[in-house]
Design a binder for this molecule. Sequence first.
Ligand code: FES
Length: 73
Amino acid sequence: MGAVDHLEGRTALYVCNCNGIRERQVRAAIAAGASRPAEVFRVHQCQPRCAKCVCEIRQMIGESREALRYAAE
Ligand code: FES
């Protein structure tokens, strides 16, 4: 996971440090239909810079798909 930030008394994990995208923001983009890391960046109106977060975003998308597949069974 990325860096940790304290916001409004809660802990927020950054997935993308370059663009300040938090885990919950990635999950929101996935829930809105993002199926590739590029779409997650597009939803948040930014572009990858160092791309260190791309593997983690891809993993989160995969986990979401797995959860949906499991729920559909
Ligand atoms: S950490 Fe996401 S582009 Fe650098």
